[in-house]
Design a protein around this ligand. Structure first.
Ligand code: PEP
Ligand code: MN
Length: 354
């Protein structure tokens, strides 16, 4: 249930209404301040609450509505239709994720391999317009014999790349035991596709302050994905970005996954959270990355994640889907054309320097 307050409702009155709701109906009340409205979201057993009785609590109440979706905090209804904006401070300044902001580009290698490659890649993607450097320290690999990531030492290399370039860092946490170390370096913590259903990890990332990038499980339905986001929000962290990275379908002969771009309009209607698209894992082949990146922008994505490696042929993970820095330079120029058409591009492609 949500209680929509009129614009200009005095703070004292907001607090009084919240207290009354908590006291009378024993529910949790969460305030969200949007551009046009103030919404009090009510969590708990609302089945016995009479909406008319709530309406009578104050002249400042514009409307009382029941949330129909089973996911509450992530649902668009819970924010009375307004998109949320996620603000991430980075050394280079604040970066905004959301439907009313320019598209945010995240780029970098699949894994952090050594200092030179991560710093060089960071410099290159920054010049091309990326706002975040991605790179895995802990890698979820199908084979236990494949490169597993350099772990904590790779986190230090990410911190170096952050210091040199000022880019924000996105890196994955696989295990709750590593969360504190990852959170010290990451500006956004990634929960990977394989861990989307790891509820204890979701609760832990929800109980800390860094924003969370939640990738869609490779066979997760949209409802399951949104419920995973609900776990994070229910634990106290409302800064969640959803990332589509391709799902398993019947045909994986040509592309590694099926990049489900239809989630963009679907999520837009269901949730207020920002939407990122990862065409690298989504296709698994570098030659398919650019067309899908541009399609994602045309379809309304809020952010993109692209794997870039200085020498993809020698990458320790995901080389076949990684772009060279040169190809990434060209891609950002190509993306800027579509981005400008949809009014969502502000990065000057290839005009700034490190
Ligand atoms: C990654 O981002 O490198 C990664 C492992 O992604 P996913 O969880 O989508 O497979
Ligand atoms: Mn990868």
């Amino acid at each position: 249930m949500i209680v929509v307050l009129k614009k200009g409702t005095p703070v004292d009155e907001i607090n009084r209404i919240s207290q009354e709701l908590k006291h009378v109906w024993r529910v949790t009340v969460e305030k969200s301040v949007g551009e046009h409205t103030i919404v009090l979201g009510i969590i708990g057993d609302t089945s016995t609450i009479d909406t008319l009785q709530v309406q009578e609590l104050s002249q400042w109440i514009q409307q009382v509505l029941r949330v129909q979706q089973s996911f509450k905090r992530v649902s668009r209804e819970f924010r009375y239709g307004e998109a949320s904006e996620i603000v991430v401070p980075t050394p280079n300044g604040r970066v905004y994720f959301g439907e009313h902001h320019p598209i945010v580009v995240v780029a970098g290698p699949c894994s952090v391999e050594n200092e030179e490659m991560i710093v060089e890649t960071a410099k290159r993607v920054k010049v091309a317009g990326a706002k975040f450097l991605r790179g895995g320290a802990y890698k979820p690999r199908t084979s236990p014999y494949a490169f597993q990531g350099h772990g904590e030492s790779a986190l230090e290399l990410l911190a170096t790349a952050r210091e040199v370039t000022g880019l924000g860092i996105i890196t994955e946490v696989m295990d709750t035991a590593d969360l504190a170390a990852v959170a010290r370096v990451a500006d956004i913590i990634q929960v990977g596709a394989r861990n989307m259903h790891n509820f204890s990890l979701l609760k832990k990332v929800g109980a800390q302050d860094k924003p969370v990038l939640l990738k869609r499980g490779m066979s997760a339905t949209i409802d399951e994905w949104l419920m995973a986001a609900e776990y994070i929000m229910a634990s106290g962290n409302s800064n969640v970005i959803l990332c589509e990275r391709g799902i398993r379908t019947f045909d994986a002969k040509y592309a590694r996954n099926t990049l489900d771009l239809s989630v963009i309009p679907v999520l837009r209607s269901l949730t207020h959270l920002p939407i990122m698209i990862d065409p690298s894992h989504g296709t698994g082949k570098s030659e398919y990355v650019a067309p899908m990146a541009m399609a994602a922008i045309a379809a309304g994505a809020d952010a993109l994640m692209i794997e870039v490696h200085p020498n993809p042929a020698r990458a320790l993970s995901d080389g076949p889907q990684s772009l060279t820095p040169e190809r990434f330079d060209r891609l950002t120029q190509e993306m800027s054309l579509i981005g400008k058409v949809v009014g969502r591009w502000s990065q000057p492609a290839l005009v700034t320097s490190v």
